[in-house]
Design a protein around this ligand. Structure first.
Ligand code: ZN
Length: 303
């Protein structure tokens, strides 16, 4: 993928289901669910010295839940969930059952926009529609635990309900799949929305956290610079879509072939949805025209 403009870090020194300290009082435990979308697996985080908080229990995987219980001695008071994709939230139910912890998140799964007529939900299998938080957090809300204070930061885009969490005592941000060290996230309509995603990146710019602990991959140091490169990357992607449309290309499969050179074949569908996300945003801004609602089969031209 043409994303060498971002200083990615694809080193990864974690062993599945073995805790490792990533900041004072914060341990990461990677689940054993590697894939082209999850890198080496989903990162769960354990905060504090007990009672503990867990950020993203991960998939509903017995071995991973056992590892979270072993790392905490079962003493978990808070569970924070960044978003409702199946690699992040389904572990919540068994962890809550075993510990009695209270579950915090932005809300249940929902789409970023209504489905268009005849449109199906293309990445449906990725969504955890069973998830319900005990407490629905608002942007800026603070939650205090034993030795930690968490600030909720709404960051829609990857999903409508994506939420990042700042750990005030450590000046770090659990960035979920909004900002990751190894790759940019999939922003796939109607689950996600590019205009929301870009606004959520810009929202992070004035924040003071320099360390991001994300849903996949190693910790991100120098996070503000990294976020700037993410924004520039999306702007460059948008520019290449406009360039291709200017050359007379009109459909998403052609745009994907031209823009995502050498892409992993398993990611072609996601890349098409990512281009659709950009086109939706461009149509909303009046830069690009299409017939009817923007769709994956649509034909597009510059205005
Ligand atoms: Zn994820």
């Amino acid at each position: 993928m043409a994303d060498d403009d971002i200083p990615f870090d694809r080193s990864f020194e974690f062993t599945p289901d073995v805790p490792k300290e990533v900041a004072p009082g914060v341990r990461a435990i990677v689940a054993d669910n590697p894939s082209p979308f999850t890198f080496h697996g989903t990162m769960s985080y354990v905060i504090g010295t007990g009672p503990y908080a867990v950020v993203d229990p991960g998939p509903n995987d017995d071995k991973h839940i056992a590892a979270l219980l072993a790392a905490t001695g079962g003493d978990v008071s808070h569970i924070f969930v960044t978003h409702t994709h199946r690699d992040h939230s389904p572990g919540t139910a068994p962890l809550k059952k075993a510990t009695g912890a209270k579950v915090y998140a932005e809300g249940p799964h929902r789409l970023s926009r209504d489905l268009n007529v005849g449109e199906s939900f293309p990445l449906d299998a990725a969504a955890d529609t069973d998830f319900r938080p005990d407490v629905a957090l608002k942007d800026g809300e603070a939650v205090k635990g034993d030795g930690f204070t968490i600030e909720a930061v709404t960051t829609p885009g990857h999903t409508a309900n994506h939420m990042a969490y700042a750990l005030k005592e450590q000046n770090l941000l659990f960035s979920g799949d909004h900002v990751m060290g190894w790759s940019t996230p999939v922003v796939a309509p109607p689950d996600g929305a590019m205009s929301d995603y870009m606004a959520s990146l810009r929202k992070l710019m004035p924040r003071r956290e320099t360390l991001y602990l994300s849903g996949h991959g190693s910790p991100i140091r120098d996070a503000p610079r990294f976020v700037r490169s993410y924004i520039r990357h999306r702007q460059a992607r948008e520019a290449s879509i406009l360039h291709r449309l200017g050359k007379g290309e009109t459909d998403i499969p052609t745009l994907v072939r031209a823009i995502y050179i050498g892409i992993d074949p398993r990611l072609v569908k996601a890349a098409g949805l990512s281009v659709l996300a950009h086109l939706e945003d461009l149509v909303a801004r009046g830069v690009v025209a299409t017939q009817g609602q923007p769709s994956i089969e649509g034909s597009y031209r510059l205005l």
